[in-house]
Design a protein around this ligand. Structure first.
Ligand SMILES: *Cc1c(COP(=O)(O)O)cnc(C)c1O
Length: 414
């Protein structure tokens, strides 16, 4: 076992998360399902409650004090998100319900208006369903074709295959920054550069990177980026789309309604300027404000520190898993803070997860919204442990001990 570093973020940060201080089946809760959704710190819960207790009114249309406060806090959050990923301006940040809605927004506006028969949409086989299904719908409606970059033998992005698939017909490349199943980190800067050299647009699914590492959209040069608030310490019901201003300007609106208009006549309307053009109806105001508080919270520790700490914790987890008999880990050794694995043949991942739950340990089991990837690996599911800044080396140790006990049980009964 390696000693925890002196910069032990987890044991300190976890005091900020009230939900973690409980027992499940009389055992201290170990929450290792962070890739599905993270827990929320007091600062975020307080910001959300403060808004509803003191400042709630609808945004953007009131002359009264509460409406002004709500509008100011809502727009301040946009500014915080914008700075967090180094966008050029807050106009480039569109609040959505989640990352899925953000991808659908791009698919339904840019995709439907720009794609034609024989155009190609290039994805990867490891995409989350949210980055596959919206493009299938667009492909069916436009006649464009879907192409998929495979993974390498060790479970990483296959750059050579990508270069062969990329061509004149490729109009958009939409891919995952960190796979929520393999944990691999794709060479995003290179992928984006190559796509742009072919004249293709690029959407980056940053759901598993934005919460865990510093992200700079100007350096990455992606045309769009999507993320979900609930995986980065914010509530559910809020996510965002980043888009380059010039591209967002050219995109037709997504949903119609209040907030997104300039003038409405009975037979036609003109649309609001960015970012409001894409935010029809009353938004999730409290949730957006809480997302701003989540950004403040992550900045308080610093994304470099969070990334470094999770890297150490991941090394510890991976070494421990590798020592266990009958455990197969999917994805490369250099990875983000998550590990999908299976036990001995004949043992279902759901049974492993259910037995770990009896020990107070929360891991996910199933296809993790990557059915095509699981199918290509010959699996019907896997178990997945995923880490965040509040997890500790001691939790990883206890997880490894309990997992070994679960596996020993199955060895006896099989
Ligand atoms: C979670 C996730 C999504 C979808 O996020 P929602 O919040 O469910 O919309 C998309 N892609 C990846 C890689 C994810 O991990």
């Amino acid at each position: 076992m390696i000693a925890p570093s002196p910069m032990a973020l987890g044991p300190v940060a976890r005091d900020d998360f009230p939900i973690l201080a409980q027992t499940i089946h009389d055992q201290p809760l170990i929450y290792f399902d962070n890739a599905a959704s993270s827990q929320k710190p007091i600062a975020v819960l307080d910001a959300w409650q403060h808004y509803y207790r003191c400042d709630h009114a609808n945004v953007h249309r009131g002359a009264h004090t509460l409406s002004n406060r709500a509008t100011e806090a809502y727009e301040q959050s946009r500014e915080k998100v914008s700075q967090f990923i180094n966008a050029r301006s807050p106009q480039e940040i569109i609040f959505t319900r989640n990352a899925s809605e953000a991808i659908n927004l791009v698919a339904q506006t840019w995709g439907l208006s720009r794609l034609k028969p024989n155009d190609e949409i290039l994805l990867t086989v490891m995409e989350h369903h949210s980055n596959i299904v919206p493009w299938q719908i667009v492909a069916q409606r436009t006649g464009a074709a879907l192409r998929f970059v495979p993974i390498t033998a060790d479970g990483s992005f296959d750059l050579a295959a990508y270069q062969r698939l990329l061509g004149d017909r490729t109009k958009i490349v939409s891919f995952v920054h960190v796979s929520n199943t393999l944990g691999c980190i794709t060479p995003a800067t290179e992928i984006i550069r190559l796509a742009h050299a072919q004249g293709a647009k690029v959407l980056l699914d940053a759901c598993q990177s934005v919460p865990h590492m510093p992200i700079n959209v100007q350096e990455l040069d992606c045309d769009w980026l999507v993320a979900s608030g609930h995986k980065m310490c914010a509530p559910t019901g809020i996510g965002f789309l980043y888009g380059k201003e010039r591209i967002l300007e050219e995109m037709p609106p997504f949903l119609g309604g209040g907030e997104m208009i300039a003038e409405v006549y009975l037979d036609h309307s003109t649309y609001a300027a960015l970012p409001h053009k894409f935010e029809a109806g009353t938004p999730a105001i409290g949730e957006a404000i809480a997302l701003g508080a989540a950004v403040d919270y992550l900045n308080h520790w610093g994304m470099d520190a969070i990334h470094a700490y999770e890297g150490e914790l991941t090394t510890h987890l991976m070494r421990g898993l590798a020592e266990l008999e009958d455990v197969t880990i999917y994805g490369p050794s250099h990875r983000a803070g998550l590990a999908a694995f299976t036990g001995p043949r004949g043992v279902h991942a759901n049974d492993i997860a259910a037995m770990l739950d009896q020990e107070g340990i929360a891991v996910r089991s199933g296809h993790h919204c990557t059915q095509p990837l699981h199918r290509s690996l010959g699996l019907d599911g896997s178990a997945r442990a995923s880490l965040y800044l509040y997890n500790t080396h001691a939790e990883v140790d206890r997880f490894l001990v309990k997992l070994e006990e679960v596996l020993a049980f199955f060895r006896r009964v099989l």
